[in-house]
Design a protein around this ligand. Structure first.
Ligand SMILES: Cc1ncc(COP(=O)(O)O)c(C=O)c1O
Length: 481
């Protein structure tokens, strides 16, 4: 029988002066204490009814106990009594001596990767909601792929030829200005953009080398560079590209031969390089004999502009291009590509193969199926409209509730707004207080290679339902006030 149908309304009363939130917490603690590990706890709906409380209040109480390790939530299944910590106290002290200092600590992993409990308003995560994915196409492509030999065979180390051709063709639109645009042979398939970046950094630089990055930039690129033993040399970027002069100085002073950047709808700022900025930066790369690692993560998320990869015009292999389908096709079909030329391509291929030999063929086959279906193009144009609506609504809420100057740029694409609040605001502390109220966002500190230059945070508009933007930003406004 469905427990919800029998849950009596308002039967669990708060103690004198106790808030609904604390009453639910106390009730849950009693349940956890009296039930065996793994036991299912009442659903959110039941708790809402029993306490005559709002779903958000119930979620906050659940989230609190999840953070304390008393409750586990399993998406789609509910909340359960968590495994108790063992009373045995292991002695791991020897590992401190054995391991020495960590190259990257646990704080290298951005808060954007935190799992959101049920009911939490997730403005922290970079992964779009299911309604923004080509879900139907993906499901039927996986079923079809399961019937092919890709389900049981080892895939080629560089990837399925059809998929490599697709990525190359995307870089060689009709009328491209380069005599020999990238071809399928220049493409290496990887299991996501993150592993592509790790391989590129390992393959094209040695531990101790410098790598230039825009600041702020994607936390995962910084983490991968540090894991590869590279030294990050930041150059400032605001709502535009970094200046060619800054890039030239940074390459010259550090001896770096790698420049990692996101020319289109950068994560987190949303900035888009103009054509004059592109030319000036390309000229510096040529003069310095350096590579641009062009992370085109938001290729499919253009709203008022399209991403036009610099790699499409690269004749001499100065650009190592990364394009991922993780966020636009499906986070579960983890497929991306690196496009590179010459010895750089060969080195990246070796690193990929040493790292994990090859990428699952069935996932690649499913990706080809989706990408070559006429529905893919219509999905992309629908997606553009949905992202526009979400971006505009989030920008309206931020400007309306946090002030017109909270937003320097409404990005022309991508999935995020980069918000600035008053200098001196402890944004990490704000994030903790907002999390306790059921709103997750990503504090600015995650995105700077060095000290943050102001109090910034990133709000992602692609995951939570748009009607929740208003209450979520309202909570931030109240906490900031
Ligand atoms: C700028 C940027 N590059 C690369 C990645 C990694 O992509 P993937 O999820 O395909 O590994 C992300 C993911 O958030 C990203 O934001």
């Amino acid at each position: 029988m469905n427990e919800d149908s029998t849950a009596p309304r308002g039967t669990v009363k708060p103690l004198d002066g106790e808030s609904a939130h604390l009453a639910i917490e106390r009730h849950l603690r009693d349940l956890v204490a009296s039930r065996p590990v793994g036991d299912r706890l009442p659903s959110t709906r039941t708790l809402v009814l029993e306490h005559a409380a709002s779903p958000l209040t119930v979620q906050r109480a659940l989230q609190r106990l999840v953070l304390e390790g008393l409750i586990e939530t399993r998406p789609g299944a509910g909340s359960f009594v968590a495994r108790r910590h063992s009373v045995h106290r292991a002695d791991f002290g020897w590992q401190t001596t054995a391991l020495g200092a960590a190259r990257t600590g646990a704080d290298a992993i951005g808060t954007a990767m935190a799992n959101a409990g049920p009911g939490v308003i997730a403005l922290h995560s970079g992964y779009p909601a299911e309604e923004l994915l080509p879900t139907r196409l993906v499901r039927s492509a996986l079923v079809r792929a399961a019937r092919t030999n890709t389900a049981v065979e080892r895939a080629p180390i560089s990837g399925l030829p059809e998929l490599r051709s697709w990525f190359a063709a995307e870089l060689a639109p009709a009328g491209a200005s380069v005599a020999a645009p990238p071809a399928a042979d220049d493409v290496v398939i990887t299991p996501g953009g993150q592993s592509a970046l790790s391989s590129i950094f390992r393959a094209l630089a040695n531990p101790g080398d410098a790598i230039v990055m825009e600041s702020p930039t994607y936390w995962g690129a910084m983490a991968a560079a540090r894991q590869a033993g590279l030294r990050i040399v930041p150059i400032a970027r605001g709502t535009t590209a970094p200046t060619a002069a800054d890039l030239d100085d940074a390459l010259g002073a550090s001896g770096a031969r790698l420049f990692y950047a996101q020319p289109h709808f950068a994560n987190p700022t949303g900035a888009l390089w103009s054509s004059s900025e592109r030319s000036a930066i390309t000229a510096v790369l040529h003069a310095r004999g350096a590579y641009l690692i062009e992370d085109d993560w938001a290729h499919d998320f253009g709203i008022d502009a399209d991403a036009a990869p610099l790699a499409a015009d690269d004749a001499d292999g100065h650009i190592v291009y990364v394009r991922s389908l993780t966020k636009s096709l499906s986070p579960a079909v983890r497929v991306a590509a690196v496009v590179a030329r010459g010895p750089a391509l060969a080195r990246i291929q070796v690193d990929r193969t040493v790292d994990d030999l090859y990428v699952s063929g069935i996932l690649q086959a499913a990706a080809v199926d989706v990408l070559t279906d006429p529905g893919w193009r219509s999905h992309l144009s629908r997606l553009r409209g949905s992202l526009r609506g979400r971006r505009d609504e989030m920008a309206r809420q931020v400007r309306g509730q946090l002030g017109a100057d909270a937003l320097e740029l409404v990005p022309r694409g991508g999935l995020n707004l980069w918000v600035r609040t008053n200098d001196g605001v402890d944004v990490a502390g704000l994030a903790r207080r907002a999390a306790a109220e059921g709103v997750l966002f990503s504090p600015g500190g995650d995105w700077f290679p060095a000290e943050p230059t102001g109090s910034f945070f990133r709000l992602n508009y692609s995951r939570a339902r748009p009607e929740l933007f208003e209450p979520a930003v309202g909570i931030l406004a109240r906490l900031l006030a």
